[in-house]
Design a protein around this ligand. Structure first.
Ligand code: PEP
Ligand code: MN
Length: 345
């Protein structure tokens, strides 16, 4: 069960509701959201009687039974859409959010050149890794704090918002100082200590699907972040491991629609990691827009053949511009599909 209190509910009213829920045999977990307190109740008891008694209280906004194992992120809890705001942008609503930039931040010239170019081409968010999860310990591990400072410089120069990965709960505060959105990589989707810390980080989180994770597991991980106090989670499909070797990962494009059926959270597609191959990025980007993703996360580098990571899947600047031009008719249809229906007269 989930019980949303009215925004003006008083402390003693919230406490009274918690007491009533406990009396029915449930454990209580309450979360202070931006506008209201939301109480989650788990356990075995008489759900119908409990819901009826709570709904009768004037300071309870809504009391609902949720059958999915993930509660706060489910459509049962919120049949609408979560629209997340950061740095003057919104995601999940009427704005399509293109996030683009290099896999890794390498030096000032590289990140500034990329940031300027992707901003001019219509991107709203700059991506770039300062903490890099690399398969080999001998590969480039990222510029860490220096990289974050370069991202801040690029934001200053271009007005782009910043998304960057955080790999450890120890670095959450540091990364949150610089980033507008914290990216959780595929390898950390089930790092539960990190997910719990993100509940308190005060920034939106983009949670990538683990490379061998089911959609349900992705939603359970999102539930960790929300249940620990942060409702602003963006989900990202970035391809999964299958028997297929023609692409780096298999792009589970249907996951975007499946997620739209199961959750109210925004969903974005990363066609770069999903394919691993530059030539496949623009067609998959089109597919992402057409299927109703809220945004895209695309790797772009001024000189991909010299990139320290993921060069083969990075577009160069001219290719990024071309992709943006080619996406325009699809984006027009996307925008038309998001305009709310006029009220019937
Ligand atoms: C990345 O975005 O550069 C990255 C490491 O992605 P993923 O976690 O999806 O592999
Ligand atoms: Mn990458």
């Amino acid at each position: 069960m989930i019980i949303s209190m009215k925004p003006d509910a008083r402390r003693e009213e919230i406490e009274y509701v918690c007491e009533r829920i406990r009396e029915y045999g449930y454990k209580v977990h309450s979360i202070q959201g931006e506008q209201r307190v939301v109480i989650g109740a788990v356990g075995v008891g008489d759900v119908t009687a409990c819901l009826e008694s709570l709904e009768a209280l004037p300071y309870v906004e809504k009391a609902v039974r949720i059958s999915a194992p993930y509660k706060f992120v489910s459509k049962e809890f919120n049949p609408g859409r979560t629209v997340i705001s950061f740095d003057g942008l919104t995601i999940g609503g009427e704005e399509f959010v293109m996030m683009a930039g290099p896999c890794s931040i390498e030096n000032e010239r590289q990140i500034m050149e990329t940031a300027t170019a992707v901003a001019e081409a219509g991107a709203l968010v700059l991506r770039g890794g300062a903490f890099k999860p690399r398969t080999s310990p001998y590969d480039f591990q990222g510029l860490e704090r220096e990289g974050l400072k370069l991202l801040a410089k690029a934001r200053e120069a271009t007005g782009l918002a910043i998304i960057t990965e955080v790999m450890s709960d120890r670095d959450v505060d540091l990364v949150a100082e610089y980033a507008d959105v914290l990216q959780i990589g595929a390898r950390n989707m089930q790092n539960f200590a990190l997910l719990k810390t993100l509940g308190k980080c005060g920034r939106p989180v983009l949670l990538k699907r683990g490379m061998s994770s089911t959609i349900k597991e992705l939603l359970m991980s999102a539930e960790y972040v929300v249940a620990h106090g942060n409702p602003n989670v963006i989900l990202c499909e970035r391809g999964i491991r299958t028997f297929e070797t023609a692409t780096r990962n298999t792009c589970d494009i249907a996951a975007v629609s499946v997620l739209n059926e199961l959750t109210h959270l925004p969903v974005v597609l990363d066609p770069s990691h999903a394919t691993g191959k530059r030539s496949l990025v623009p067609p998959l980007a089109r597919a992402g827009v057409a299927i109703g993703a809220d945004g895209l996360l695309v790797e772009c580098h001024p000189c991909p053949e010299k990139a320290v990571s993921d060069g083969a899947q990075s577009l160069d600047i001219a290719q990024f511009r071309q992709m943006m031009r080619d996406l325009q008719p699809y984006l027009e249809l996307w925008r038309a599909s998001r305009i709310p229906e006029p009220a019937a007269v």
